[in-house]
Design a protein around this ligand. Structure first.
Ligand code: UDP
Length: 489
């Protein structure tokens, strides 16, 4: 490891699959551009850092882990340190519990000040996830700036900023009434139920709403903003966020494993997040046996869990479509009734043996999406899945269920025109006919028309290559951070 003194930053990801993975990819990029980085997490999430740390050590990059235990919080299952283990209603309490790390961070900072010349020294800046708004105060106390990291797209960030600025929108009463979002570049509105999933914007007295409000108000005061998107995808919204925040906005995406930008077809594993539940070679062999762009891939990310009724409709629609598919089905977390979720209709698997592959648990999503046999992706529109699909040139069927996914779906279908809409909402049961038609449309001629996603694929690749917009933004962000070392000393 190179012992030369490099400006040091503290990176603090929020431990939820969709938030953490891209910030770890950014950590690698920052270290490659000449920073030393400490990544803060809790003991049970330590293993999630392993691939990054291994890669860093083999490439001679200065990245070290900082592991601080999270004290138990009343109301949360003991030992819970990752959002994937929690039902939806406990997530805000979980987010809030991280404030307990403020003092340990301050103590660590003081220790770093006394550390030897060969240590990392105290960080000059904190880069932390948007739900860790309180780190803005911690940074201020330590006399260093904080950069907020948004793992979502710039359209989503624009909507969130607007929502929190113009709270509480109480004039809207029924769940399906629409809420107009002022100030974003296109006039846009969403049903109230979707907005309340995004920001809990309706109950001023609600502790969750208060938590989000505090976080957002601190985020807009941050020294800079990093967004996992790229200029050719969301220029309008990136410029908008820049205008609203009045501070630098660096779009640095798509943050993805570099291997993804290389060959279109790969035979090696590209892991994202967790070990997969299926052998790579089994999955590849299955894909090899299919025609080009003939398979629909179905996966709803790391959080969503489907009810038996939803599964039944998908299964029936798929069967009627007569198309090939890979379908990832998550088991429900222990807090949900095991007999009401995740059960596949009897006989379905047997009947579909020849044209369907069902993966229970965690799928090698990048491996699948980068295979030429895949022609479409039925997704919940999580931002990582969205970027992966775009970067690999796969058109989408959208079924947003939560948080920013509704905004992402709108972007994909109405603005970028690279997706077809299936339905919306976590508990919605799509009709089997709608599903069959959507699959047919995507794998048929309409999918062809959506091949304009190819342009976006090329643009994504350009953005992260040397000289591309996102590459330059990483360079610019690093050079601003390097100036801090002089200012702070
Ligand atoms: N993912 C995966 N295998 C799975 C499910 C998800 O590799 O079976 C990865 C997927 O490639 C993506 C991430 O997990 O990178 C999910 O993030 P996203 O933002 O799409 O959704 P979230 O999990 O936050 O709802």
């Amino acid at each position: 490891v190179n012992m030369e003194k490099k400006p040091h930053v503290l990176v603090f990801p929020f431990p939820a699959q969709g938030h953490m993975i891209s910030l770890l990819d950014l950590t690698h990029a920052l270290a490659s551009h000449g920073l030393s980085v400490t990544v803060l997490t809790t003991p049970r999430n330590q293993s999630l850092l392993s691939p990054l740390l291994q890669r860093a050590s083999s490439e001679g990059l200065r990245i070290q882990p900082l592991i601080i235990p999270l004290p138990p919080t009343e109301g949360l299952p003991l030992g819970c340190e990752n959002m994937a283990q929690l039902p939806y209603h406990l997530i805000p309490l979980f987010m809030d519990s991280f404030k307990e790390l403020a003092h340990p961070i301050e103590d660590w900072f003081q220790q770093q000040k006394q550390s030897s010349d060969y240590g990392f020294g105290p960080p000059v800046c904190i880069i932390s996830d948007l739900v860790l708004g309180w780190t803005q105060n911690t940074a201020a106390k330590l006399g260093i700036p904080r950069i907020v990291y948004h793992p979502s797209g710039a359209f989503a960030v624009s909507v969130i900023y607007s929502l929190w600025k113009y709270l509480p929108h109480e004039e809207v009463s029924s769940d399906n009434d629409t809420v107009h979002i002022p100030e974003v570049p296109h006039p846009v509105s969403f049903p109230k139920y979707q907005i309340s999933r995004l920001a809990r914007a309706y109950k001023r007295s609600d502790p969750v709403s208060e938590f989000m409000r505090c976080s957002m108000n601190l985020n807009v005061k941050s020294w800079g903003t990093i967004i996992n998107t790229f200029y050719d995808l969301e220029a309008l919204y990136i410029d908008h966020v820049q205008g609203v925040s009045g501070r630098p906005v660096w779009s640095v995406g798509p943050l993805l494993p570099p291997a993804l930008f290389e060959a279109k077809q790969r035979r090696t594993m590209i892991e994202r997040g967790k070990p997969t539940s299926i052998d790579d070679s089994v999955c590849l062999q299955w894909l090899e046996s299919r025609k080009e762009k003939s398979v629909i891939y179905i996966c709803f990310g790391s959080q969503a869990c489907l009810s038996n009724k939803q599964i039944e409709e998908i299964a029936t629609g798929l069967e009627a479509s007569e198309e090939s598919f890979i379908w990832v089905i998550r088991d429900p977390p222990s807090s949900m009734p095991a007999d009401e979720y995740g059960v596949i209709p009897q006989g379905f698997e047997d009947r579909m043996k020849r044209r369907g592959l069902i993966i229970r648990g965690w799928a090698p999503q990048l491996l699948i999406l980068s295979h030429p046999s895949v022609g479409g992706f039925l997704t919940h529109c999580g931002w990582n899945s969205t970027l992966e699909s775009i970067t690999l040139g796969i058109p989408l069927i959208t079924w947003p269920m939560n948080a920013d996914q509704y905004i992402n779906a709108l972007l994909l279908v109405d603005y970028l025109k690279v997706g077809v809409r299936l339905c919306e909402g976590a508990t919605t049961v799509p009709s089997r006919d709608d599903l069959r038609i959507a699959v047919k449309r995507l794998l048929g001629r309409e999918g062809e028309e959506m091949r304009r996603i190819e342009e976006l694929r090329r643009a994504a690749k350009r953005a992260v290559q040397e000289g591309g917009s996102s590459y330059k933004n990483v360079e610019d962000c690093v050079s601003e951070i390097k100036k801090l070392i002089v200012q702070l000393n």
